[in-house]
Ligand binder design. Structure first.
Ligand SMILES: Cc1cc2nc3c(=O)[nH]c(=O)nc-3n(C[C@H](O)[C@H](O)[C@H](O)COP(=O)(O)OP(=O)(O)OC[C@H]3O[C@@H](n4cnc5c(N)ncnc54)[C@H](O)[C@@H]3O)c2cc1C
Length: 471
């Protein structure tokens, strides 16, 4: 059997890598232990509703994201979010208030008090952190922008992105661009202005101004397309138990859903599964200590409730992306997306789709409740916040037991471990949402970077082989 590059895990990281490496002429085999590709990318169509059970959209923050979509031939199916999605609501005093997006809007916004706005004037004059210890996001924001900014901008934003808690997330590892702004420019405000010019040079787009997209039939079009492109190079319902290095060959020991075992020879192995699952795979007959440690990376549970309503059951104009909820407002849901306002084709005529997120680090116990209980608490909150009345016409509940890795204070230890393991076991690579950002876009970029390294090493090996043959 000729050796291939084995990719463990068929989420966006694994799919990107399999596609890219195959395109570069490297033989690949993608092993996925589920019966479908996509990982958390999972769209479901029923009764005229298009429900996203995991991520709802992708931000076009890097040209690598745009290129991937073009190269897999999905450009024509791509749909950008409606202009109105730029409006994000944050709850203040139990009601949604638009998050201001320009300095004049900020000055008149009721989201922040006069004192909180005044406090921002101080920001450019506050000294940069001397890194005496690693700061949490909360410590960083209170120091630079004040408590109210933490409560009404950062806390709800972090609940929306990480389902996480700014008190425990590391600013350095979870928000490296924010951290770098202070380290490089000494101020967030100054850095925001100067950084914009540098991003333009690198063709990068800041998250707040990046365009948001999905596809006509939802994000699931990515795994569907990549599965077609990979053909027999994908094996589903296969789990990897062990990998062993024999000379310059890796032997990958797998077991399928019927208990059948096989050993696949490989030139290398790229692990893109959930990082807390890595300790199920023996490497050269043992589980390295640093992998045992990785089990402690917290992934809070999240429940996603996709709800359909008749349009006349919702009072709010739903003219935006959705509503994020600060912890201090004491609701039971983390936020709600106006999914059918963002993208066409998400709900039947005269109906709307709302996607509600529950649990996360803030209230993990809520995510674990029954569908009935989660629905009850969601309907109560939605009634107060956006005036939802009556029973939904559609309900779909997805429970993600380990939703998103939290880059908490100290996360650098894990990042070092990924590098160290790659050095210790040449030919073993890591890519995924645990390495340099949790968004779909960050995960694609990380996977592309790791692929570049694999391609380089592969090229070098081929050159050496052909030189040997010529001698
Ligand atoms: C509810 C939710 C909402 C989100 N919303 C957004 C959003 O709107 N926008 C955004 O940009 N990001 C969002 N994210 C984050 C983003 O979607 C994920 O971080 C990213 O898609 C993760 O991709 P991945 O390939 O690293 O991991 P995963 O998608 O988790 O894929 C890993 C794959 O590996 C497989 N696997 C694991 N172990 C093995 C093994 N031993 N053998 C074989 N296969 C294995 C798993 O079955 C899985 O398919 C959201 C995440 C969640 C959970």
């Amino acid at each position: 059997m000729s050796k291939s590059m084995i990719i463990i895990g068929g989420g966006i990281a694994g799919m990107t890598a399999a596609f890219r490496l195959k395109k570069a002429g490297i033989k690949v085999t993608l092993l996925e232990n589920n019966d479908r590709l996509g990982g958390v990318l999972y769209s479901h169509q029923e009764d005229g509703y298009l429900a996203e059970l995991g991520p709802n959209s992708i931000l076009e923050t890097s040209p690598l994201v745009t290129e991937l979509i073009q190269d897999i031939g999905l450009e024509e199916d791509k749909v950008y979010a409606n202009e109105s999605s730029k409006v994000r609501y944050i709850v203040r005093n139990k009601k949604p208030v638009p998050l201001p997006t320009s300095p004049p809007a900020f000055i008149v916004s009721p989201l922040f008090s006069f004192l909180a706005k005044l406090r921002l004037i101080k920001e450019p004059f506050i000294e940069a952190w001397d890194n005496r210890y690693e700061e949490s996001l909360s410590q960083f924001v209170i120091r630079r922008l004040g408590q109210e900014f933490l409560d009404y901008a950062i806390n709800p934003f972090v609940a929306g992105v990480y389902a996480g808690d700014p008190d425990t997330l590391s600013v350095k590892h979870g928000f490296p661009k924010l951290y770098a702004l202070e380290q490089k420019y000494g101020s967030l405000i100054k850095g925001q202005i100067k950084g914009a010019k540098e991003r333009k040079k690198r063709q990068e787009v800041a998250k707040q101004s990046a365009r948001m997209f999905s596809f006509r039939q939802g994000l699931k079009m990515i795994p569907d397309r990549i599965k077609d492109l990979l053909g027999s190079d994908v094996q589903t319902n296969i789990s990897v138990k062990a990998i062993n290095k024999k000379g310059d060959t890796w032997e990958v020991h797998t077991i399928d859903s019927e208990g059948k075992e096989q050993v696949i020879p490989a030139v290398g192995v790229l692990y893109t599964g959930r990082i807390t699952d890595l300790h199920h795979i023996e490497i050269d007959g043992k589980i390295p200590d640093e992998i045992t440690e990785m089990q402690h990376i917290y992934h809070p549970p999240v429940s996603v409730l996709v709800l359909g309503f008749r349009r006349d059951q919702v009072q709010h104009p739903l003219d935006g992306f959705g509503v994020l909820i600060p912890k201090v407002e004491e609701f039971q849901i983390l936020g709600v997306l106006f999914s059918s306002s963002m993208f066409e084709n998400r709900a039947p005529k005269d109906h709307v789709t709302l996607t509600v997120f529950v649990g996360g680090t803030r209230q993990p116990e809520n995510a674990q409740k029954s569908t009935e209980d989660i629905l009850a608490l969601a309907l109560k909150d939605l009634h107060t916040i956006i005036g939802v009345n009556g029973k939904p016409t559609f309900v779909h509940h997805t429970y993600w037991q380990q939703a998103i890795p939290q880059y908490n204070v100290g996360y650098g230890q894990y990042k070092d471990s990924y590098d160290h393991l790659e050095e210790t076991y040449p030919g073993l690579y890591f890519a995924g949402n645990y390495r340099s950002g949790i968004s779909v876009a960050d995960t694609i970029v990380n996977s592309e970077e790791v692929c570049e390294r694999i391609k380089k090493i592969n090229r070098k090996a081929r050159e050496e082989e052909s030189q040997r043959a010529q001698r």
